[in-house]
Design a protein around this ligand. Structure first.
Ligand SMILES: *[C@@H]1O[C@H](CO)[C@@H](O)[C@H](O)[C@H]1NC(C)=O
Ligand SMILES: *[C@@H]1O[C@H](CO)[C@@H](O)[C@H](O)[C@H]1NC(C)=O
Ligand SMILES: *[C@@H]1O[C@H](CO)[C@@H](O)[C@H](O)[C@H]1NC(C)=O
Ligand SMILES: *[C@@H]1O[C@H](CO)[C@@H](O)[C@H](O)[C@H]1NC(C)=O
Ligand SMILES: *[C@@H]1O[C@H](CO)[C@@H](O)[C@H](O)[C@H]1NC(C)=O
Length: 305
C-alpha cells in the first residue's frame, strides 16, 4: 500500500483533533498550559503522564489540540477553581454506602454543594485547620470518599436523561474529603448537615485529567477505589450507583441551570470509616489515593495547618 505523506497527515489529523485526556499543567518553562495528556505505554493513569499536546483555546468552548508537545512538571486541577462555578455533590448514591451509614436508601438524588474554594489539585496537601483537629474530647474524624466526577461542557436546563450526556465534557476522579464530627455529631439533630463537614478549603482534590465522553461512552462501567497509605479501603464499580450520571444531570437541571465548567461529584461507594466498628480516622500525614478506571488517580496527604 502506498500512501503519500500528505494522505498520512490527513488521516492522522482526526486522531489528535478532539482531545481525550484534558489536563492543565505547569511545564518546565514554569508556564501554565492546557493539554491533551500523552499516556506512558503502560498505564491509563493520566497522573503518570510526563508530556502533553498543548491545547489552544477553551476546552469548554472552541479549542485546538496542537502538535506542540510540552513536558509536564506538575499537573494542576483540570480547570482553575473560578471556572468551576458550582461544585455539586451527591449523598448516598450507592446502596452499600447507605447501609453502612445506616440511612434510608434515597428515592431521589441527594444534592449538596461545596464552595469552589474547596477544589484542590491531584497532588497537593489537604489542609486541616485547628477547628477540624482533635479538641479535648472532640476527636478529629476525618474520612475519605472516592467519587466519579462529571464535568459539564454545555449549559443544561430542564433536559431529559437522553439529552444529558450531550452536555458533558467528560469524567474525572474526585475526593470528597469529610469530617464526620462536623457533618453529623455537631451537625444538628435530627438532620445533620454537609457543608461544615465537607466544604473546607482544599477538601475536593480532583483530576488528574478530564477523560472525554468519546473515550468513556458509558460512565456506569468503571472501577473506582481508595487507598490509604497504600492499603485498599474502597473498591467498587460505578455500575452500583443508585442514580446514574444521565439521571443526575437531568434531575439537577429541573430548575437550576448547570453551566459549562460545573462539576458533579456523584457519590461514594462503601468502605469509608463512617460505619466501621474500628474506624481509622485520617490524621496528619496520611496519604489518600482515589482512583477511577481509565482516568487515573489523585494522591493527596492530610496536613495539619
Ligand atoms: C511497564 O511496567 C513494567 C512493570 O511495572 C515495567 O517493568 C516496564 O518497564 C514498563 N514499561 C514501560 C514502557 O514503562
Ligand atoms: C440505625 O438506625 C435505626 C433507625 O434510625 C436505629 O434504630 C438503629 O439503632 C441504627 N443502628 C445503628 C447501628 O446505628
Ligand atoms: C466533652 O467536653 C466538654 C467540655 O469541653 C463537656 O461539656 C462534655 O460533657 C464532654 N463530653 C464528654 C462525652 O465527655
Ligand atoms: C421543560 O421541558 C418540557 C418538555 O420536555 C416543556 O414542556 C416545559 O415547558 C419545559 N419547561 C421550561 C420551564 O422550560
Ligand atoms: C477491585 O475490584 C475489582 C472487581 O471486583 C477486582 O477485579 C479488582 O481486582 C479489585 N482491585 C483490587 C486492587 O483489589
Amino acid at each position: 500500500m502506498h500512501l503519500s505523506l500528505k494522505t498520512l497527515l490527513l488521516l492522522s489529523l482526526p486522531l489528535f483533533s478532539n482531545g481525550e485526556r484534558f489536563v492543565r499543567f505547569i511545564s518546565t518553562d514554569n508556564k501554565e498550559y492546557y493539554g491533551d495528556a500523552i499516556l506512558p505505554a503502560n498505564t491509563t493513569d493520566a497522573s503518570k503522564s510526563v508530556q502533553a499536546r498543548v491545547i489552544q483555546g477553551d476546552i469548554l468552548g472552541d479549542f485546538t489540540v496542537t502538535k506542540q508537545v510540552k513536558p509536564i512538571k506538575k499537573l494542576l486541577a483540570p480547570l482553575p477553581n473560578e471556572r468551576v462555578r458550582t461544585v455539586r455533590c451527591v449523598g448516598f448514591n450507592y446502596v452499600a454506602h447507605s447501609e453502612e451509614a445506616n440511612v434510608t436508601i434515597p428515592q431521589w438524588p441527594i444534592l449538596f454543594y461545596k464552595p469552589w474554594t474547596a477544589l484542590n489539585t491531584p497532588s497537593d496537601p489537604i489542609p486541616i485547620t485547628a477547628g477540624y483537629q482533635t479538641q479535648g474530647n472532640f476527636t478529629s474524624t476525618m474520612d475519605y470518599e472516592t467519587e466519579l466526577v462529571v464535568v459539564i461542557k454545555k449549559k443544561a436546563f430542564n433536559i431529559t436523561d437522553d439529552e444529558a450526556l450531550d452536555h458533558v465534557l467528560g469524567y474525572t476522579v474526585g475526593h470528597d474529603v469529610s469530617h464526620r464530627g462536623w457533618q453529623i455529631d455537631r451537625g444538628g439533630q435530627p438532620q445533620p448537615q454537609y457543608s461544615m463537614g465537607k466544604g473546607a478549603d482544599g477538601w475536593a482534590p480532583w483530576g488528574p485529567a478530564i477523560v472525554s465522553t468519546s473515550l468513556i461512552p458509558d460512565p456506569q462501567t468503571l472501577n473506582l477505589w481508595t487507598k490509604v497509605n497504600g492499603v485498599m479501603q474502597q473498591n467498587d464499580t460505578t455500575a452500583n450507583m443508585i442514580f446514574g450520571v444521565k439521571h443526575l444531570v437531568s434531575f439537577f437541571s429541573m430548575g437550576i441551570t448547570l453551566l459549562p465548567g460545573d462539576v458533579i461529584f456523584t457519590g461514594t461507594p462503601s468502605g469509608v470509616n463512617l460505619g466501621k466498628t474500628n474506624p481509622q480516622w485520617l490524621v496528619d500525614g496520611d496519604v489518600v489515593e482515589v482512583g477511577l478506571e481509565n482516568v487515573g488517580t489523585c494522591t493527596n496527604a492530610l496536613k495539619y495547618v
